[in-house]
Design a protein around this ligand. Structure first.
Ligand code: AN7
Length: 400
């Protein structure tokens, strides 16, 4: 059976060679549906560590040219000192900063750009808070495709902008936030025939499922909780789908609880769940130091809410100060450099322990979604500048 797309609301189905992002009948999100393969972990272990190790779980037909920069296969670090600070028995960081362009987006883009190429498309596009554009630009370059990017003006971290530009994307910035950039790029894509690779594209999310597979392999068992920062909410949905597929295939026999964390100033999903609403009310002026997750109208909210409900999950918001404190401690206690959005996951777990929402006996995996170097300006802002010294050893000793 070839993989196909299925509407998560009305169940309408679409072939895998149709270019469709949301249901033509009811405008809801689509999901990739495929037969769950029966492969053992031992079989995977014989192959190179990276997303294509899980080939049978990725809905790409045999014979397609695979576009890869050797994404995935990132380290899972045990963090004992950080665990003490957070207040749980065991804490791990899955360090997605080690991907080719420094974020988890590379997992999705490898599959998404492979799909674009197999459909015979010549151009790809995205809106982005930064990492999506850095990643898409690199994979488009690798594949020989044209890449168009729309960014919110002055709100993209410098490292990410540098990447998108250097990898040769046509980079545009709009006076407005990510949500407006996404609306524009969706229209632009349909008018110009560009292949849209934001996380509304269900094929891209298939690549990000591999985060779950790798955690299972590296830990050797299922953790109690997996904490993920939520922006457009694609990643938490993809990771949950990954765990469910390993469960259905018999590789694991229980499931973790998903924990979604948003920044206080950009928390439409958490607000909705707290109020018990069944519909998202967008935040019109999202604001947070974690620019990666500065999103007020996340496209994938229905999938994220499903993941949280199905997994008996947890949700929390964190302030900018809590994010910065966590970022600093992840870096200084454990040597792991993450960007602010990533630190939100650790800050959220600590808050949940303090509020007695999470039991101290839990084993938690936090997804460290992006690299510290992505946002050097933020680091300088919160850490300050180096101490200025004269070129004189006695003067230096005096200062120290
Ligand atoms: C470091 O690049 O949305 O909830 O346009 O870069 O799947 O959106 C980035 C998102 C977390 C949130 N951490 O993931 C973009 C973009 C980092 C990120 C998220 C992002 P989603």
């Amino acid at each position: 059976m070839s993989p196909k797309l299925k509407c998560i609301n009305c169940g309408a189905e679409y072939r895998d060679d149709e270019i469709v992002y949301v249901c033509r009948k009811c405008n809801s999100l689509l999901d990739v549906v495929m037969e769950i393969p029966k492969v053992s972990l031992n079989e995977f272990k014989k192959r190179e560590f990276g997303i294509w190790r899980y080939r049978e779980f990725l809905p790409i037909e045999e014979g397609c040219e695979i576009i890869t920069l050797k994404e995935g296969g990132t380290p899972l670090y045990e963090c004992d000192k950080l665990a003490k600070w957070v207040g749980v028995k065991k804490l791990y960081i899955k360090y997605e900063g080690m991907n080719p362009t420094g974020s988890f987006k590379d997992r999705g883009m490898s599959v998404g750009v492979t799909k674009a190429k197999s459909l015979g498309l010549k151009s790809v596009a995205c809106a982005s808070t930064g990492n999506t554009s850095a990643s898409l630009a690199a994979y488009a370059a690798r594949a020989g495709l044209k890449c168009y990017v729309i960014l919110p003006e002055n709100k993209v971290a410098l490292g990410k902008l540098a990447q998108a530009m250097m990898h040769g994307a046509k980079v545009m910035s709009v006076k407005g936030n990510f949500d407006e950039a996404l609306r524009l790029v969706m229209e632009l894509s349909s008018k110009m025939g560009l292949y849209l690779l934001n996380s509304v594209n269900p094929w891209r999310l298939e690549g990000q499922k591999t985060l779950a597979f790798e955690v299972i392999e590296q830990l050797g068992h299922v953790p109690d909780i997996v904490a993920v920062p939520m922006g457009n909410c694609g990643n938490i949905s993809a990771i949950w789908k990954g765990f469910k597929e390993f469960y259905k295939s018999g590789i694991i026999n229980k499931l973790p609880r998903m924990f979604g964390i948003q920044a206080e100033g950009a928390a439409p999903v958490v607000n909705m769940l707290r109020k018990g609403l069944n519909r998202l009310i967008p935040v019109s002026n999202p604001e947070t130091i974690a620019t990666a997750i500065r999103i007020g109208n996340p496209v994938n909210w229905p999938k994220a809410v499903m993941a949280l409900k199905e997994s008996n999950g947890l949700f929390e918001t964190v302030s900018d100060n809590e994010i910065i404190e966590a970022q600093r401690l992840i870096a200084s206690l454990e040597g792991i450099g993450v960007e602010p959005a990533s630190a939100a996951s650790v800050a959220g777990v600590r808050k949940a322990v303090l509020n007695n929402v999470i039991d101290k006996e839990n084993e938690v995996v936090c997804i460290g979604t992006g690299h510290l170097l992505k946002d050097p300006e933020e680091v300088i802002k919160v850490c300050g500048r180096p101490i200025e010294i004269p070129s004189d050893i006695r003067a230096i000793l005096n200062i120290l």
